[in-house]
Design a protein around this ligand. Structure first.
Ligand SMILES: [Zn+2]
Ligand SMILES: [Zn+2]
Length: 220
């Protein structure tokens, strides 16, 4: 029996799709950092190295297909307070990846109000202030490696919460779910054409060492 590493449905070694393989051959996802070490195919193992640059996908929860148990992905809600339908779709929340603290929360509320009102949004001042605050924080985190592949973590939905309603995202301990992994999907409930903090986050993740897609398109 050969165990291949599968990327986008195809063996990394070039052997094609699982249905075309000899009976008994198996596969592990190249994105599954625990399982992929079980690969035994020499061609797949040789190709695994170059394939390992990590990618994170930023998208709208409304665009996501239901989770497929045969293709496990780490789907995370990049929201301070995801609604129940998003919690059902996701395993937890990526640390730092949303408005944190009372100041940013105020800026976010103003920015969303501005987005909802075309008259308000003509100047875009609330969005600019919100983006500037997030830019400042995420620039520091990218430099400190807080967002870097392997060091960036996610929190389970049952994370303890501070009295002001925000998760204890900077407190190490039981709430950490694990590292944000290659192939992880971060979702928000904003629609793709709306202003969303994921657009502001994308270049910071790229600067921290990730390959990033935003609504399916690579972020250059
Ligand atoms: Zn193979
Ligand atoms: Zn959003």
């Amino acid at each position: 029996m050969t165990i291949h590493a599968l990327k986008h449905g195809l063996a990394l070694c070039g052997a094609g799709r699982p249905v075309d393989w000899p009976e008994g051959d198996r596969w592990v996802s190249y994105e599954d950092h625990d399982a992929r070490e079980q690969a035994t195919c020499q061609g797949c193992l040789a190709a695994l190295g170059p394939a390992l640059r990590w990618t994170v996908h930023l998208t709208s929860a409304s665009l996501l297909a239901p989770p497929d148990p045969a293709w496990p992905r780490l789907v995370l809600a990049a929201m301070a307070k995801p609604p129940p339908w998003v919690i059902a779709l996701t395993r937890g929340r990526p640390a730092h990846a949303f408005a944190d603290g009372a100041d940013e929360r105020e800026l976010m509320s103003a920015a969303i109000a501005e987005r909802a009102n075309p008259l308000l949004s003509q100047g875009g001042t609330a969005w600019a202030a919100y983006a500037a605050a997030l830019d400042a924080r995420w620039s520091g985190l990218a430099l400190e490696q807080g967002l870097a592949p392997g060091t960036w973590h996610w929190m389970r939905h049952d994370t303890t919460w501070r009295p002001d309603g925000y998760p204890r995202s900077r407190v190490p301990g039981h709430e950490i779910g694990g590292p944000v992994r290659d192939g992880a999907i971060l979702v928000c409930t904003c629609r793709p054409r709306e202003g969303c903090h994921l657009r502001i986050l994308a270049p910071h993740l790229r600067d921290a060492g990730w390959d990033v897609t935003l609504y399916g398109a690579p972020v250059p």
